[in-house]
Design a protein. Structure first.
Length: 438
């Protein structure tokens, strides 16, 4: 066998490591963290600076980017990879002694919790930066909640030196119902002990716009109302740019629906629960032969044959605050034997205030409603990335304050990477945390 000697100028492992480091550099370049760094450095003042503030902060962000599920995993990587330490800002000449201790990371995270206001400011700054460079960002919003299970047990009331219990979490339950193809009903109940992350995302770009962390038992409807009220109070321009607000049946609430449209002029596209005890149509107020079901589909009843036919949706008349429905015989062009006795000459109008939960500005019976509602899956995609790419399926976080900080950092990294991708002309990698930078 003829063996050809080769000079190894570089290794593929070095190229892969370099691509990973460039990906992290992209985040550091575009993250608006200067205010936070200045405050933390001013607090340290003339104290010991064994582990610089910026270096520890960068390493925590790196732990999220490189999917380290624990601080110890991050520390092991810092001790192994000199390039990694250098990029984070640690003194290269100190070697592994430059890597902060576990206690140093614990104290730094506690410091971040005390200054979470600037962490939140960083999140909303990135949202605004994306709004400036992405066309239509924030026009279509979607809301959903995500279960975050705790790996700890509920804290025991007995006195113990073991501090691994979870005192802030509680039990959450979600029930899912549906109908099979054969008409039979199914029901699935999911329960967990931990927390809940409530997210409002842009449904077109799959990017978070607002968030809230609560105990697992918190009501989706109540938190949804609170988040909309908080946005209206603190960031009203968010609702000013919004046109549509999507949600599943967990957010089916008259107060939320009316608030979105009447106060903020945002069209709610929220699925509806069947609260009717009897599955039948009800007469539309003021109409003798027009009825509707719980989903807002409007029917006319032939006065001769008494056949129920769905009326054709004619659009939303904003000036009148009404939904217009046309006679199906005239619209679709078929013969109706009761046309001479039917008082509907052409169309009818239904005031959405007569039942705002069923009759919404974007009619539930329209094809457009069904098309737009499919965009709600954007929240589920963001939730999936949080679990898989940001290691929330296997975390070691205890306490609601630490959980809120960890969620904030994950979402900041998500937005920061997206902003960096767009600024570096890589919009195809907008949603990716793991793809290397160009």
């Amino acid at each position: 066998m003829a063996i050809i000697p080769q000079k190894q100028i570089f290794s593929w492992k070095e190229i892969e490591d370099l691509a990973d480091l460039q990906r992290f550099s992209l985040l550091l370049k575009y993250l608006p963290d200067e205010r936070l760094m200045q405050r933390l450095e001013s607090l340290r003042s003339k104290g010991r600076n064994d582990y610089p503030v910026r270096a520890i902060w960068n390493s925590i962000l790196a732990g999220i980017v490189y999917q380290h599920c624990s601080i110890e995993s991050l520390r092991r990587e810092l001790m192994r990879n000199a390039q990694f330490r250098q990029l984070c800002g640690f003194d290269l000449f100190k070697g592994i002694k430059a890597v902060p201790s576990s206690n140093a990371y614990t104290n730094f995270l506690r410091l971040l919790v005390r200054h979470s206001d600037l962490v939140d400011t960083m999140f909303y700054d990135l949202v605004e930066k994306l709004r400036d460079i992405l066309p239509g960002f924030g026009n279509t919003l979607a809301i959903d909640s995500k279960a975050i299970s705790s790996r700890s047990r509920k804290e025991s009331k007995r006195k113990s030196i073991d501090l691994r219990g979870e005192a802030d979490a509680d039990k959450g339950v979600k029930t899912y119902k549906g109908k099979r193809k054969d008409g039979s009903m199914w029901e699935s109940v999911k329960s967990w002990f931990g927390f809940k992350l409530h997210l409002i995302v842009d449904a077109d770009y799959d990017m978070p716009v607002d968030y809230k962390v609560t105990k697992a038992s918190a009501s989706d409807i109540a938190i949804g109302r609170d988040m909309v009220a908080e946005i209206a109070s603190n960031r009203p321009h968010t609702l000013k740019y919004a046109e549509l607000f999507l949600g599943d049946k967990g957010y089916d609430d008259t107060q939320l629906i009316t608030t979105l449209w009447n106060e903020h002029h945002v069209k709610p596209v929220i699925d509806i629960r069947d609260l009717w005890k009897i599955d039948s149509a009800r007469l539309v107020h003021g109409q003798s032969n027009v009825s509707h079901d719980y989903k807002g589909t409007v029917y006319c009843h032939c006065p001769v044959q008494w056949e129920k036919r769905p009326m054709a949706f004619g659009g939303f008349e904003e000036s009148r605050n009404t939904l217009k429905y046309r006679c199906p015989a005239k619209h679709y062009g078929f013969e109706c034997k009761g046309k001479d006795r039917c008082w509907i000459s052409d169309n009818i109008r239904i005031d959405i205030n007569s039942n705002p939960r069923i009759f919404t500005p974007l009619a539930r019976s329209s094809y457009k409603w069904k098309t737009i509602y499919k965009k709600r899956s954007s929240v589920e995609r963001v939730n999936g990335r949080i679990d898989e790419s940001f290691c929330f399926e296997k975390h070691f976080i205890r306490g609601i304050k630490k959980m809120k900080l960890r969620c904030s950092l994950a979402l900041i990294v998500m937005l920061g990477m997206a902003y960096g991708r767009v600024k570096e002309k890589q919009p195809d990698k907008l949603r990716s945390l793991v793809q290397p930078a160009a």
